[in-house]
Structures are given as C-alpha cells and as structure tokens.
Design a protein around this ligand. Sequence first.
Ligand SMILES: [Fe+2]
Ligand SMILES: [Fe+2]
Length: 440
Amino acid sequence: MATGWSAGVLVEDVLRVGSFAGGDAAASDITLAPARRVELLAHFSGAFDLAESQPVGHACRVAHFALGIAGVLGLTAAERRRVLSASLLHDAGVAVRTGAGHLDGGAWVAERFGLDEGVSNAIRHTHERWDGQGRPNALAGAAIPVESLIVSAAHWASDQVEGPDNPLRARTLLQRACPRDVEPYVGPEISAALSAVLRDDRTWIAMWSPKLPALVAAAGSGEGRPSLRNVEAAAAAMGEVIDAAIREPGRARRVADLAVALGEGLDLPLANRRALSLGGHLADIGQLGVPRHITEKPSILSVEEMEQMRRHPGLGGRMLESAPGLDGIGAWIEGHHERPDGRGYPAMLGGAEIALEARILAVADAYCALRADRPFRSALSRLESVALVRAGAGTQFDHTVVGVLPAALDACEPRWAREPEAVPTARDHAVAPAKVRRGA
Ligand SMILES: [Fe+2]
Ligand SMILES: [Fe+2]
C-alpha cells in the first residue's frame, strides 16, 4: 500500500483504492493520508492570510519569526506549541463574523480546532503592548502572556519584511529598526531576542521557502501521531470557519454529508466517500480570498466582481494541493463549479474531464445553496431545489449524480433536522471587522 508515510502509521488509518468505473462516472484513484493538526493549520493559514488581505505565507512567516524568538528565550515545548498555533491563527478572527471582534473571533477559531485555552488566550492579547497602551485590556509588562508578546514581535517583523519589494533591503531595514522600534510593544527581553533572530542567517534562508508551512509545522511536535481523524477533524473545523465567514452555520457539514450520500448512491469506495466528506467541508475555502463586499453583495455582481468570485475554486485548489492529508482533494475543489456542458469555471472543462467527485460536490453545493436564505431571496423548499437541480441535469450538473439526489436527501435530511448548529447564527454576525494592521 503506497502511502507516502512509513513507520508508525496504522494500516487502517490509510485508505487507498484502485480504479472504479461506472459508465463515464469513474471514481478517482485517491489516497487518504494521515496528518497532524498543526500541519493542516499551517496550510489553512493561507486562507486566513487572504481574508486579512495579506500575501499567502504571512501567518507562516509570523510563526517562523515567533518560533525563532521562542527558541532564543528557551521556552518549553508546550509554550512553543502555543506560540506556533497562536501565530498561525493570530488573525483568523478577521475572516469570521462572530460579532465580538477579531481577537475573540480568532479565539473562537482556535477552539474549533480543539486547541487549548492557552492558545485562545494568547490570541486575545496579541494587541496588548508592553507599555500599557494596547487593547483590549491595556495590560502592561509581564501581565501580558509571553506567547502574545512573541506573536506581536513576530508580526511587527513580518510586516517590515513584506513591505519592501527587495528581501535584502527588507532585512537591512529590519535589523536597523530592531530592537528600538519594537521595544515599546513587547519589552526589552523579547525585542532583544528578536534582534538575535534577525542576525541569524538561518532565519532568512527559510523565510521565502515554498516549504515554509512544512518547516514551521515541524516545530510543533508533541501532538501525537498523524492520523486521518486529525485530517477529518481539521477539515470539519475549517468548514465551520468558512461558514462563519461567508454563509450560514452548518452549510459545510451539510454539503459534506450530502456529497457522501451521493457517493454512496453511486457505490463509490469508502476512501472516495471519506475524501468527499473532506471536499464538502472545504469546497469554498477559496472564497475567504474573495473580498467581503463581493461575497456579501445583496444584488447582482458586476462582470469584474463575478470574475473575482470565479477565482475561488482555483484559490482553494492551490491552498490544498500541498497540504498533507488532502492530496487530490484540491483538484476536486478546483472543479466544483465546472459543468458537463463546458460552460463552467475556472477551466471550462466538460463531461468526463471533470472528476466524478467534483461533479458530486457541484450537486451537493448547489442543492445546499438553494436551501439557504440569500439576501435577494428566501430559502427554497426541497421540492423546488430538487426541481431546479434536475432542470440542470446534463448541462450544469451530471445527470447520473442528479439521479441519486432524492435517495441521498432521504438519508441526510432526517439527520440535519436533528442537529442544532454549534456556530453563531447569521443574525448574530456583526458587521465584518476592519482589516487589521498593527501600529508598529
Ligand atoms: Fe497578521
Ligand atoms: Fe464554490
């Protein structure tokens, strides 16, 4: 069983299937691999970067500086793990609309991923300042969690690096400005540690590596063995975050559930169905990179806005293509708005060029969208939604997949009716927080 993972992996924790065919509806040859939570967080952080209007890699660069500082200060392994998680999620709250500000939003995201209170607490205090001029509690000095101060120092450094277009110039400017400029924010000890990090050539060699997510994740040891359950839990958590950012609670779970039921109806192998669940939770991760005024626009999108919206499958696919445990899923996500008649996006693929799983995700995604309230219409009934999907069979949607939709809904809808939502309701969502930039 070729898995890409060697010793220490449970056999039953890795699923792979060979070819499977049913007419032109051939299931993909997919391998599901185990992963650790921190590896997935490092990759998902690219979505939070986009939501924060930062270049992808920003959160990983913050984590890289922060881990360097933690190393110079001799922090414990548990403290380093908290620093890493808080760095990766430091502005995840910008994406979500919990109605309580982006710092509490970030803490909410950390809880979704099963991280401990220390991480949430660290995120909540990343805007405090050593000199007491910060927020939300105007804490000062050692009253601020050390993890928060380290993330703050690392964020300051990351901002300086991402400004100038020449990395060598950025390095020179940063070394000149530190520790003087950052000390009021984080105090003498952490600013001195940051200076040491900035003088270390290893810091800069890794800084612009495309493997930075893997490099920072490797520093988060102590989470136990990689597992498929970690991958599934992280995908489900990310789905909740996507829902809280751009649509109503429970959407990702319903899309995943329906995609799996459609896969069952088409007799797909177990590995493909488990992978479909991951794809359902993550299908619209790329929408975090679409400006909020477009995803929330209550009226018809302009041509330019529609073009931006149509980038989301590609953005999502690229975010996941090198994420451990999600290999192969990215291509399905990239294809979830393609159409059998070749009029979809982003690649205008047609018929069997579109992976069967992408065609399944398209039906599940469209059905669940029709059942939801939109700013310009109320939610449609099951009858109306099925009729609309059926009307698109053979053109917008795969007719074989549409054929098993009623039976899949019979399986899913009783479950959905029993499950209360665990995330804030749409009505609880306040106006989106403004883009966050530190003053330092
Ligand atoms: Fe940031
Ligand atoms: Fe989508």
